[in-house]
Ligand binder design. Sequence first.
Ligand code: BGC
Length: 733
Amino acid sequence: MKSLFSFVTVALLTASCCQAPETAIYLDESQPLEKRVEDALSRMTLEEKVKILHAQSKFSSAGVPRLGIPELWTTDGPHGIRPEVLWDKWDQAGWTNDSITAFPALTCLAATWSEEMSALYGKSIGEEARFREKDILLGPGVNIYRTPLCGRNFEYMGEDPYLAGKMCVPYIKEVQKNGVAVCVKHYALNNQEANRHHYDAVVDDRALYEIYLPAFKAAVQEGKAWSIMGAYNLFEGTHLCHNDRTLNKILKEEWGFDGAVISDWGGVHNTEEAITNGLDLEFGTGTNGLDSKYGQSYDAYNLALPYQERLKDGRASMETLDDKVRRVLRLNFRTAMNSNKPYGSICSPEHYEAARKIAGEGIVLLKNEDNILPIDLEKTSKILVVGENAIKKMTVGGGSSSLKAQYECTPITGIREAVGDKAEVVYQRGYVGDLLRTYNNVDTGIDLTDPRTEEQLIADAVAEASDADIILFFGGLNKSRGQDAEGCDRESMALPYAQDKVIEALTAVNDNVVVLIVSGNAVEMPWIDKVDGVVETWFLGTQTGHAIADVLFGKVNPSGKLPFTFPVKLEDNGAHALNAYHKDSLSVEYKESIFVGYRWAEKHDIKPLFAFGHGLSYTTFEYGEAKCRKSGKGFKVSVDVTNTGAREGKEIVQLYISDNESSLERPVKELKGFRKIALAPGETKKVTFEIEPDMLKFYDPAQSGWVLEKGTFTAHVGAASDDIRTSAEFCVK
Ligand code: BGC
């Protein structure tokens, strides 16, 4: 009997030990996301809910330790993973294992006009973010290029809403495949850096919907971005980090965004608005620190104890709280709590290769008189390289996008490596610009001091110029304050540091001058007729020198095209022509409305220095006749494109549409499609664009909606906005 009893006891005990403990629904990754979110929400106390809605350090927010819900770690973005910073400081923490691959700036990515390159970029930077154990990458930036003075244009994707929208989507999708969320920024209307915390963007609804919102909409609806960052400035009198119209009405209600709205760092100014107007997660708010009534500065955030107090005394609703918590939980489950994400990697050969490839496809050959490029090393004995930007490292500086690159090849290094002993490469400084070498304690290690006067620098460069076979002048802007940098705008569109003088002096003694502009912005070129070549190189990151040398010596046939207009002068830009750009004003009226970039130039028949979509190749392309036919509810336009030169090359075939008659004024034409194709010499490919009825609509403010009017439209197919090769009409009945 005793033995039977012990057998039963042992059997029962064994059975109970073997029963797996039940996994809570929120921890069970096989359960639907929304079920997990509801389950986690139901287990959280009020204090725990509030705790996950604001920062706990410069770049992280708390989880729920009791429930095993981890912290969220954010990082800049958008061109590489920022070095680790001190808990509550912008300065780098001094780790020795956090240097990364610096990818080309987003203007360069936009200039590739290649969704394939965008996907490669997203995959690579996503893997780096993942390896560095980040959950949220603060980028990409898709604010529209309104003025060439905006210090942050280099972080964005140009002036056209269609191009920026198409180009951000693959980046987003690929980053997020790594279990890392993007945080698309800066939503929206953040089109200048000057006065960025204070100016109210006064924009009509048509421009809002047609120009400034589409890229964000594409990021949310097509890219399925998991988070978005509010902008610093105001719209309709309210800061964009807590703006009921843009966040609640448009983003969440109209577009169905289910992710989290994150404030820009220090972008929250009002507790009530932060609670009710659509913000979910607050970062970077300046507080009065340890002497605040809350004891710990992060507790003083608007969405911290001030929020908790309002919830407890009934001034704030639990429903709004739960909506925010759901959004942050969703973000957490998609990232930090996703146990199926890949491991990622940094500075892999694949990432270096990707950075070089993207750079090579984004560099834009603007002018190439008498085929001065590519340089034939068989026929060259002396190359004179002039300019500070040939020796300067540009990944350090510029604001939050500043990086600690494990390696950065400067232009002069890339050129010397490519030339080897085939020719003599002589360097002359030409001008002294800005000596910046450290940013947030990251040091380029390059001492740029030079005691020479302007006259002496020019004289020294000229002394080497007359017997050079070719002169490569590397100038443009840099990442110092007042150039291509966050927090302030440029003073003018001219090249800084007397660079124009240096170029003039060089062209006076040598006919073979090529100017390479390192920038994220358009610059004036008063010497344009005196130089044979102009190249826009952008900021290219780790592979700068290699990618530039690839193009200069013909290893890569350039195929980038401009994602924004280069006006001859500032007044040729709509915002400036109408005196509608203000550095200090609290209100900036976007008087040019929808006529931004080429839309302005074409409306007023202003010939730009270089048009939107312009970019040359070392080969030539011929376009056949555009043929348009009805297809389903829309139309199809096809055109044959042939490589008529002697080299393999890539062409970006662009489709623009004109509405021939409409009740509201429309731009002369607008970009509605593009395709990048590779063609061998003599090869022809047919490019077909689909035109959906939605693409023909305009936003009618009187009806608060998109309108398609019947009538004839013209499809223009060409190599640039000012180089249309063939057109065909079609009729909407
Ligand atoms: C910038 C953001 C950036 C954030 C964190 C802000 O000043 O505007 O773009 O992501 O800082 O560094």
